[in-house]
Design a protein around this ligand. Sequence first.
Ligand code: SF4
Length: 366
Amino acid sequence: MPTLADLLARETRDGELYDVLPDGRLRCYACGHECPIPDGAAGVCKVRFNEGGRLRVPWGYVGGVQCDPIEKKPFFHAYPGALAYSFGMLGCDLHCAYCQNWVTSQALRDPAAVAPPMHASPDAMVRDAVRSGARVLVSTYNEPLITSEWAVAVFKEAKGAGLVTGFVSNGNGTPRVLEYLRPWMDLYKVDLKSFDDRHYRQLGGRIGPILDTIRRLHSMDVWVEIVTLLIPGFNDSVDELTRLTEFVASVSPEMPWHVTAFHGDYKMDETPDTTPEMLLRAAEIGRRAGLKFVYAGNLPGRVGHLEDTCCTSCGETLIARTGFRIQDYRLTPNGCCPSCGTHVPGRFDLQFAGQMASRPVVIRLR
Ligand code: SF4
Protein backbone atom coordinates (compact mmCIF):
# COMPACT_ATOMS: atom_id res chain seq x y z
CA MET A 1 0.00 0.00 0.00
CA PRO A 2 1.70 3.29 -1.07
CA THR A 3 1.96 6.01 1.59
CA LEU A 4 0.74 9.56 1.03
CA ALA A 5 4.39 10.60 0.60
CA ASP A 6 4.79 7.93 -2.14
CA LEU A 7 1.65 9.18 -3.89
CA LEU A 8 2.76 12.81 -3.74
CA ALA A 9 6.28 11.98 -4.95
CA ARG A 10 4.64 10.95 -8.23
CA GLU A 11 2.70 14.24 -8.46
CA THR A 12 5.81 16.31 -9.15
CA ARG A 13 7.88 17.92 -11.86
CA ASP A 14 11.28 19.67 -11.97
CA GLY A 15 11.30 22.88 -9.95
CA GLU A 16 12.66 26.32 -10.88
CA LEU A 17 13.56 27.84 -7.53
CA TYR A 18 16.89 26.25 -6.68
CA ASP A 19 20.65 26.30 -7.25
CA VAL A 20 23.13 23.45 -7.30
CA LEU A 21 25.70 23.88 -4.50
CA PRO A 22 29.40 23.08 -5.01
CA ASP A 23 29.02 19.89 -2.93
CA GLY A 24 26.14 18.67 -5.13
CA ARG A 25 23.31 19.49 -2.72
CA LEU A 26 20.44 21.64 -4.00
CA ARG A 27 19.58 24.95 -2.31
CA CYS A 28 15.82 25.56 -2.49
CA TYR A 29 14.61 29.18 -2.43
CA ALA A 30 10.86 28.65 -2.29
CA CYS A 31 10.72 29.58 1.38
CA GLY A 32 12.82 31.21 4.08
CA HIS A 33 14.31 27.91 5.24
CA GLU A 34 16.47 27.85 2.07
CA CYS A 35 17.12 24.13 2.67
CA PRO A 36 20.34 22.61 1.34
CA ILE A 37 19.00 19.21 0.20
CA PRO A 38 21.23 16.17 -0.39
CA ASP A 39 20.39 13.63 -3.10
CA GLY A 40 17.56 11.35 -2.00
CA ALA A 41 16.32 13.73 0.73
CA ALA A 42 13.44 16.18 1.07
CA GLY A 43 13.35 19.72 2.49
CA VAL A 44 11.71 20.69 5.78
CA CYS A 45 8.33 20.91 4.01
CA LYS A 46 8.68 17.26 2.88
CA VAL A 47 7.08 17.99 -0.50
CA ARG A 48 10.18 19.20 -2.39
CA PHE A 49 13.00 16.71 -2.78
CA ASN A 50 16.32 16.09 -4.50
CA GLU A 51 16.13 13.24 -6.99
CA GLY A 52 19.45 12.62 -8.68
CA GLY A 53 20.44 16.29 -8.64
CA ARG A 54 17.06 17.69 -9.76
CA LEU A 55 14.64 19.39 -7.39
CA ARG A 56 11.24 17.77 -7.73
CA VAL A 57 8.31 19.97 -6.70
CA PRO A 58 4.53 19.44 -6.27
CA TRP A 59 2.54 19.50 -9.48
CA GLY A 60 -0.83 18.57 -10.96
CA TYR A 61 -3.09 18.17 -7.94
CA VAL A 62 -5.03 20.02 -5.27
CA GLY A 63 -5.64 19.02 -1.66
CA GLY A 64 -8.76 21.19 -1.44
CA VAL A 65 -10.72 23.69 -3.50
CA GLN A 66 -13.72 25.90 -2.74
CA CYS A 67 -15.13 29.34 -3.49
CA ASP A 68 -14.90 31.69 -0.52
CA PRO A 69 -16.10 35.25 -0.11
CA ILE A 70 -12.91 37.31 -0.43
CA GLU A 71 -13.69 38.68 3.04
CA LYS A 72 -12.89 35.20 4.42
CA LYS A 73 -9.25 35.26 3.24
CA PRO A 74 -9.43 37.96 4.71
CA PHE A 75 -8.98 40.76 2.17
CA PHE A 76 -11.09 43.79 3.15
CA HIS A 77 -9.50 46.30 0.74
CA ALA A 78 -9.45 44.17 -2.40
CA TYR A 79 -12.51 43.70 -4.60
CA PRO A 80 -15.08 43.66 -1.76
CA GLY A 81 -17.87 41.17 -2.39
CA ALA A 82 -15.87 39.14 -4.91
CA LEU A 83 -15.84 35.38 -4.91
CA ALA A 84 -12.34 33.96 -4.40
CA TYR A 85 -11.74 30.59 -6.01
CA SER A 86 -9.44 29.07 -3.40
CA PHE A 87 -7.16 26.10 -3.87
CA GLY A 88 -4.42 24.46 -1.86
CA MET A 89 -1.98 21.60 -2.17
CA LEU A 90 -0.53 19.65 0.76
CA GLY A 91 2.24 20.34 3.25
CA CYS A 92 3.73 23.31 5.11
CA ASP A 93 7.14 24.66 6.07
CA LEU A 94 5.97 25.41 9.65
CA HIS A 95 4.22 23.19 12.19
CA CYS A 96 1.95 25.43 14.29
CA ALA A 97 0.29 23.53 17.12
CA TYR A 98 -2.93 25.52 16.61
CA CYS A 99 -3.17 25.23 12.81
CA GLN A 100 -6.77 25.49 11.61
CA ASN A 101 -5.90 23.84 8.27
CA TRP A 102 -3.83 21.04 9.79
CA VAL A 103 -5.49 18.27 7.76
CA THR A 104 -3.88 19.67 4.60
CA SER A 105 -0.87 21.50 6.04
CA GLN A 106 0.39 18.62 8.19
CA ALA A 107 -0.63 15.82 5.81
CA LEU A 108 2.97 14.62 5.54
CA ARG A 109 3.90 14.94 9.19
CA ASP A 110 0.85 13.77 11.11
CA PRO A 111 -0.71 10.36 10.36
CA ALA A 112 -4.05 11.69 11.71
CA ALA A 113 -4.15 14.24 8.86
CA VAL A 114 -5.74 12.45 5.94
CA ALA A 115 -6.16 14.58 2.80
CA PRO A 116 -5.88 12.65 -0.46
CA PRO A 117 -4.77 14.71 -3.47
CA MET A 118 -7.18 15.30 -6.39
CA HIS A 119 -5.83 15.58 -9.94
CA ALA A 120 -6.12 19.08 -11.39
CA SER A 121 -4.85 21.18 -14.29
CA PRO A 122 -4.47 24.98 -14.43
CA ASP A 123 -6.84 25.39 -17.39
CA ALA A 124 -9.57 23.21 -15.81
CA MET A 125 -9.29 25.12 -12.54
CA VAL A 126 -9.51 28.50 -14.24
CA ARG A 127 -12.48 27.36 -16.33
CA ASP A 128 -14.12 26.22 -13.10
CA ALA A 129 -13.34 29.54 -11.43
CA VAL A 130 -14.86 31.53 -14.29
CA ARG A 131 -17.91 29.26 -14.42
CA SER A 132 -18.36 29.76 -10.67
CA GLY A 133 -18.35 33.53 -11.06
CA ALA A 134 -15.05 34.01 -9.24
CA ARG A 135 -13.19 37.30 -9.77
CA VAL A 136 -10.15 36.26 -7.77
CA LEU A 137 -8.10 33.08 -7.61
CA VAL A 138 -6.19 32.40 -4.39
CA SER A 139 -3.59 29.82 -3.38
CA THR A 140 -4.34 29.05 0.26
CA TYR A 141 -5.11 26.30 2.87
CA ASN A 142 -1.59 24.83 2.93
CA GLU A 143 1.48 27.10 2.63
CA PRO A 144 1.49 28.30 -1.00
CA LEU A 145 5.15 29.37 -1.06
CA ILE A 146 6.30 25.75 -1.02
CA THR A 147 4.26 25.07 -4.15
CA SER A 148 5.07 28.32 -5.97
CA GLU A 149 5.81 26.74 -9.37
CA TRP A 150 2.30 25.25 -9.42
CA ALA A 151 0.77 28.53 -8.24
CA VAL A 152 2.49 30.42 -11.06
CA ALA A 153 1.23 27.90 -13.64
CA VAL A 154 -2.33 28.39 -12.36
CA PHE A 155 -1.94 32.18 -12.07
CA LYS A 156 -0.64 32.51 -15.65
CA GLU A 157 -3.78 30.78 -16.85
CA ALA A 158 -5.89 32.95 -14.53
CA LYS A 159 -4.34 36.16 -15.84
CA GLY A 160 -5.22 35.05 -19.38
CA ALA A 161 -8.84 34.86 -18.24
CA GLY A 162 -8.72 38.32 -16.63
CA LEU A 163 -8.75 37.12 -13.02
CA VAL A 164 -7.02 38.68 -10.02
CA THR A 165 -4.61 36.39 -8.14
CA GLY A 166 -3.34 36.13 -4.59
CA PHE A 167 -1.56 34.20 -1.85
CA VAL A 168 -2.75 33.50 1.69
CA SER A 169 0.56 32.69 3.31
CA ASN A 170 2.70 32.61 6.42
CA GLY A 171 5.03 35.05 4.64
CA ASN A 172 8.17 32.96 5.12
CA GLY A 173 9.49 33.99 1.72
CA THR A 174 12.80 34.74 0.03
CA PRO A 175 13.70 37.59 -2.34
CA ARG A 176 13.95 35.04 -5.15
CA VAL A 177 10.51 33.48 -4.70
CA LEU A 178 8.89 36.92 -4.45
CA GLU A 179 10.55 38.05 -7.71
CA TYR A 180 9.35 34.81 -9.29
CA LEU A 181 5.75 35.35 -8.16
CA ARG A 182 5.46 39.09 -8.69
CA PRO A 183 4.58 39.19 -12.42
CA TRP A 184 1.60 36.88 -11.78
CA MET A 185 0.38 37.92 -8.35
CA ASP A 186 -1.73 40.89 -7.19
CA LEU A 187 -2.68 40.27 -3.56
CA TYR A 188 -0.88 38.78 -0.57
CA LYS A 189 -2.14 38.08 2.91
CA VAL A 190 0.60 37.49 5.47
CA ASP A 191 -0.05 35.73 8.78
CA LEU A 192 2.18 37.65 11.16
CA LYS A 193 1.88 35.18 14.00
CA SER A 194 4.04 36.88 16.60
CA PHE A 195 6.74 39.50 17.02
CA ASP A 196 9.04 37.27 19.02
CA ASP A 197 11.66 35.16 17.27
CA ARG A 198 11.45 32.56 20.07
CA HIS A 199 7.77 32.04 19.28
CA TYR A 200 8.56 31.67 15.60
CA ARG A 201 11.20 29.07 16.40
CA GLN A 202 8.57 27.11 18.37
CA LEU A 203 6.47 27.09 15.19
CA GLY A 204 9.43 25.97 13.09
CA GLY A 205 10.51 29.29 11.54
CA ARG A 206 12.32 32.58 12.11
CA ILE A 207 10.83 36.06 12.22
CA GLY A 208 13.46 37.68 9.96
CA PRO A 209 12.31 36.28 6.59
CA ILE A 210 8.69 37.11 7.40
CA LEU A 211 9.37 40.77 8.17
CA ASP A 212 11.54 40.99 5.09
CA THR A 213 8.75 39.48 2.97
CA ILE A 214 6.24 42.08 4.21
CA ARG A 215 8.62 44.95 3.38
CA ARG A 216 9.47 43.55 -0.04
CA LEU A 217 5.87 42.84 -1.04
CA HIS A 218 4.91 46.39 -0.15
CA SER A 219 7.84 47.83 -2.12
CA MET A 220 6.84 45.63 -5.10
CA ASP A 221 3.36 47.21 -5.05
CA VAL A 222 1.58 43.96 -4.19
CA TRP A 223 -1.55 44.68 -2.15
CA VAL A 224 -0.78 43.31 1.34
CA GLU A 225 -3.05 42.71 4.32
CA ILE A 226 -1.73 41.35 7.62
CA VAL A 227 -3.49 38.97 9.99
CA THR A 228 -2.55 38.12 13.55
CA LEU A 229 -4.45 35.34 15.28
CA LEU A 230 -4.58 36.55 18.89
CA ILE A 231 -3.76 33.60 21.12
CA PRO A 232 -4.16 34.21 24.87
CA GLY A 233 -0.86 33.71 26.65
CA PHE A 234 1.11 33.28 23.40
CA ASN A 235 1.25 36.56 21.50
CA ASP A 236 -1.13 38.91 23.35
CA SER A 237 1.19 40.90 25.62
CA VAL A 238 0.99 44.68 25.29
CA ASP A 239 4.69 44.82 24.56
CA GLU A 240 4.58 42.25 21.75
CA LEU A 241 1.46 43.72 20.14
CA THR A 242 2.93 47.21 20.33
CA ARG A 243 6.13 46.15 18.59
CA LEU A 244 4.20 44.10 16.00
CA THR A 245 1.82 46.89 15.05
CA GLU A 246 4.57 49.53 15.10
CA PHE A 247 6.44 47.38 12.60
CA VAL A 248 3.40 47.13 10.29
CA ALA A 249 2.84 50.89 10.58
CA SER A 250 6.51 51.50 9.75
CA VAL A 251 6.02 49.63 6.44
CA SER A 252 2.77 51.48 5.77
CA PRO A 253 0.17 52.92 8.16
CA GLU A 254 -2.38 52.14 5.42
CA MET A 255 -1.69 48.40 5.45
CA PRO A 256 -4.80 46.74 6.92
CA TRP A 257 -4.19 44.73 10.11
CA HIS A 258 -6.73 42.06 11.05
CA VAL A 259 -6.53 40.82 14.61
CA THR A 260 -8.60 37.65 14.81
CA ALA A 261 -9.97 35.45 17.56
CA PHE A 262 -8.41 32.10 18.36
CA HIS A 263 -10.42 29.04 19.24
CA GLY A 264 -8.90 25.77 20.40
CA ASP A 265 -7.74 23.58 17.51
CA TYR A 266 -5.38 20.74 16.59
CA LYS A 267 -2.80 20.31 19.40
CA MET A 268 -3.69 23.54 21.19
CA ASP A 269 -7.21 22.76 22.33
CA GLU A 270 -6.84 23.70 26.00
CA THR A 271 -5.87 27.33 25.53
CA PRO A 272 -8.85 29.61 26.31
CA ASP A 273 -10.65 31.24 23.37
CA THR A 274 -10.02 34.90 22.57
CA THR A 275 -12.78 37.17 23.89
CA PRO A 276 -14.19 40.30 22.20
CA GLU A 277 -12.58 42.42 24.95
CA MET A 278 -9.16 40.98 24.08
CA LEU A 279 -9.67 41.88 20.41
CA LEU A 280 -10.77 45.41 21.29
CA ARG A 281 -7.72 45.92 23.48
CA ALA A 282 -5.38 44.63 20.71
CA ALA A 283 -7.11 46.84 18.14
CA GLU A 284 -6.56 49.87 20.37
CA ILE A 285 -2.85 49.04 20.54
CA GLY A 286 -2.78 48.85 16.73
CA ARG A 287 -4.45 52.24 16.43
CA ARG A 288 -2.04 53.79 18.92
CA ALA A 289 0.81 52.43 16.78
CA GLY A 290 -0.52 54.52 13.90
CA LEU A 291 -2.40 51.93 11.84
CA LYS A 292 -5.34 53.44 9.99
CA PHE A 293 -7.24 50.27 9.16
CA VAL A 294 -7.60 47.84 12.05
CA TYR A 295 -10.15 45.03 11.90
CA ALA A 296 -11.26 42.44 14.45
CA GLY A 297 -12.23 39.06 13.05
CA ASN A 298 -13.81 35.70 13.90
CA LEU A 299 -16.36 37.12 16.36
CA PRO A 300 -19.03 38.57 14.03
CA GLY A 301 -21.35 41.17 15.51
CA ARG A 302 -19.41 41.33 18.81
CA VAL A 303 -16.67 43.88 18.07
CA GLY A 304 -18.57 47.09 17.31
CA HIS A 305 -17.28 48.95 14.24
CA LEU A 306 -14.14 46.85 13.98
CA GLU A 307 -15.58 44.85 11.09
CA ASP A 308 -16.28 48.01 9.07
CA THR A 309 -14.11 50.15 6.82
CA CYS A 310 -14.40 53.75 7.96
CA CYS A 311 -13.14 56.96 6.40
CA THR A 312 -9.88 57.99 8.05
CA SER A 313 -10.78 61.69 7.68
CA CYS A 314 -14.46 62.08 8.56
CA GLY A 315 -15.22 58.71 10.19
CA GLU A 316 -18.06 57.82 7.81
CA THR A 317 -18.76 54.07 7.53
CA LEU A 318 -17.81 53.16 3.96
CA ILE A 319 -18.18 49.38 3.97
CA ALA A 320 -20.27 47.84 6.73
CA ARG A 321 -19.75 44.14 7.42
CA THR A 322 -20.94 41.42 9.74
CA GLY A 323 -18.58 38.51 9.50
CA PHE A 324 -18.04 37.90 5.78
CA ARG A 325 -21.33 39.57 4.80
CA ILE A 326 -21.25 43.08 3.34
CA GLN A 327 -24.19 45.00 4.80
CA ASP A 328 -23.55 48.30 3.07
CA TYR A 329 -21.12 49.63 0.45
CA ARG A 330 -20.69 53.36 -0.01
CA LEU A 331 -17.32 53.84 -1.73
CA THR A 332 -17.40 56.01 -4.84
CA PRO A 333 -16.33 54.44 -8.18
CA ASN A 334 -12.84 55.85 -7.72
CA GLY A 335 -12.53 54.33 -4.23
CA CYS A 336 -13.24 57.43 -2.15
CA CYS A 337 -15.43 58.47 0.75
CA PRO A 338 -18.68 59.95 -0.68
CA SER A 339 -18.83 62.56 2.10
CA CYS A 340 -15.34 64.07 2.14
CA GLY A 341 -13.59 62.53 -0.88
CA THR A 342 -10.75 60.89 1.08
CA HIS A 343 -9.20 58.04 -0.88
CA VAL A 344 -9.27 54.52 0.55
CA PRO A 345 -6.14 52.49 -0.28
CA GLY A 346 -6.63 49.08 -1.87
CA ARG A 347 -7.74 47.45 -5.10
CA PHE A 348 -11.32 48.28 -6.01
CA ASP A 349 -13.47 47.73 -9.07
CA LEU A 350 -15.11 50.80 -10.55
CA GLN A 351 -18.49 49.45 -9.58
CA PHE A 352 -19.61 47.34 -6.65
CA ALA A 353 -21.53 44.49 -8.24
CA GLY A 354 -22.98 43.16 -4.97
CA GLN A 355 -21.69 40.22 -3.02
CA MET A 356 -21.56 36.85 -4.79
CA ALA A 357 -21.77 34.77 -1.58
CA SER A 358 -21.23 35.48 2.09
CA ARG A 359 -20.26 31.91 2.94
CA PRO A 360 -18.00 29.29 1.33
CA VAL A 361 -19.28 27.29 -1.63
CA VAL A 362 -17.82 23.80 -2.08
CA ILE A 363 -16.55 23.10 -5.59
CA ARG A 364 -16.34 19.73 -7.32
CA LEU A 365 -13.48 19.72 -9.80
CA ARG A 366 -14.69 18.81 -13.28
S1 SF4 B 1 10.05 25.07 0.29
FE1 SF4 B 1 11.18 25.70 2.11
S2 SF4 B 1 11.09 23.90 3.45
FE2 SF4 B 1 10.57 23.18 1.38
S3 SF4 B 1 12.50 22.52 0.52
FE3 SF4 B 1 12.21 24.64 -0.12
S4 SF4 B 1 13.30 25.86 1.40
FE4 SF4 B 1 13.01 23.79 2.29
